[in-house]
Design a protein around this ligand. Structure first.
Ligand code: TIU
Length: 234
């Protein structure tokens, strides 16, 4: 981060505006993978209309560009499993009646398996060199991953959160983070769900009761707060 940057900013959010120290803040983009956003992946095998998740891509891209411009810590996560499925609970693999199960061959490779095309992040949000990528076997990004250690090493206390889906991996991760003492600011337009009503309810659950799990804001508010910190022309 350039030394001329103001060390702090204020992000308009619900239930209240929140002050952040940029050096202690990370952008966390959750599971923006082809398996969830593109036809032929895990999301579609579960019977979902994957086009519903597209709304989150442009706002996430805007946040990514701004975070890169000011040198904010950037973390991407990917849900998926080892090729031998040794980290996939049978209860997860067997769940529901999908057209294809985790590990089955699909049009983007084996469903939700690390290293396959479908497991990768969508091209618009592809991680740049030096950005942290956390592979996770569960819905929460802390379970069975080094995320907690990575955040502690960097002195991060606040997460700007986007990704998919709002009520599944975003909510699970926010709850995990909240219990670990992190402040989560969920950027509503950077998140999406296959179910609009679950997107809305998932956000309401976070900000209710005085922000029981965190704050809800938007890419616009976060970008406005970052603006004074952005180098000219960025
Ligand atoms: N199915 C669904 O809504 N989500 C997931 O399975 N994983 C994530 O949210 N990443």
């Amino acid at each position: 981060m350039p030394p001329t940057l103001p060390p702090t900013g204020r992000i308009e959010a619900e239930p209240d505006a929140i002050d952040v120290r940029w050096l202690a803040t990370a952008l966390l983009l959750i599971d923006m993978q082809r398996d969830f956003l593109e036809p032929g992946g895990f999301g579609e095998t579960l019977g979902n209309d994957v086009s519903r998740l597209q709304t989150a891509v442009a706002p996430c891209a805007a946040m990514l560009a701004a975070a890169r411009a000011v040198g904010l810590t950037i973390i991407h996560t990917r849900e998926g499993h080892l090729p031998d499925l040794s980290d996939a609970p049978p209860a997860k693999v067997a769940r529901g009646a999908p057209q294809l199960r985790i590990g089955d061959p699909g049009p983007m490779g084996r469903i939700l398996i690390r290293g396959e095309a479908g497991h990768d992040i969508v091209p618009e949000l592809y991680p740049a060199a030096g950005e942290i990528v956390i592979d996770k076997p569960g819905k929460g990004a802390f379970y069975a991953t080094p995320l907690g250690t990575v955040l502690a090493q960097r002195g991060i206390d606040t997460l700007l959160v986007g990704g998919v889906t709002t009520e599944v991996c975003v909510n699970t991760t926010v709850r995990e983070a909240n219990d670990r003492g992190f402040r989560c600011i969920v950027l509503a337009d950077c998140c999406a769900s296959y179910f609009p009503q679950f997107h809305d309810a998932g956000l309401q659950m976070i900000k209710a009761q005085g922000g029981i799990f965190g704050w809800v804001s938007s890419s616009f508010a976060a970008l406005a707060a970052l603006a004074p910190a952005r180098p000219t022309g960025a």
